[in-house]
Design a protein around this ligand. Sequence first.
Ligand code: BTN
Length: 237
Amino acid sequence: MKFIKFDEIASTNDYLKKKEKLEEYEVVAAKRQTDGKGKRGSVWISGEGAALFSFAVGYDEKLANRITIFAGYVVYTVLKGYLAENIRNGLTFKWPNDIYFGDKKICGILCEKVREHIIVGIGININNTDFGIFSEKAVSLYEISGKAENVDEIIEKTVAMFSTEISGINERWKDILQLINERSYLKDKILRIKNSGRNTETLYFKDINSSGEIVLNDPETNKIYAYSSLDFEVIKK
Ligand code: BTN
């Protein structure tokens, strides 16, 4: 596996976005980021001890709709291997791009299209314990297991699994979705849709459909809605 390693960089995603020639699965990793990017322009707190890395894969339209969920499935599988059986059940997927442990986020994924590639950016809280403004909402592997782990090893395992399993993504899509739905953080939750033009802004989570869209149900009208992208907050269990 080819690595470009930095002690400090603004953002590993931005580095690849600016790179002239992208090589598939060349991994850019940093110990710290000064301008870590999250979805919808949010900040990703990037302290030392976290796994902060990005790589490029060739663009394909079908893949583009599935890649974030697939990356979540890969990280979920890798992290599960670091947790004892009695606690790994706490790991869940929060659509579209987060992994949670309990009610706190352990991993965020940001996929961005650039020219003929998709940049897959992954941040996993491994040995870090300072989450700044997100201290109430974030958790690390170390805080869960009490054990420090080798960050490079986790990055390598993640990219290796991603690159070997991606070729079977379409054949395995049903199984991946089934796992995502069984292990969904949003199960039985009520969501408030932000910037909604509709009358009611409170919808019940139903599931993730085969297109990777979030499916919600309006309890008053019993109407079903599916979104490929949605800004929401969880308001109730
Ligand atoms: C999110 O939760 O909204 C996505 C967070 C993605 C963070 C990772 S850290 C490595 C890569 N570089 C970035 O600037 N962002 C991603």
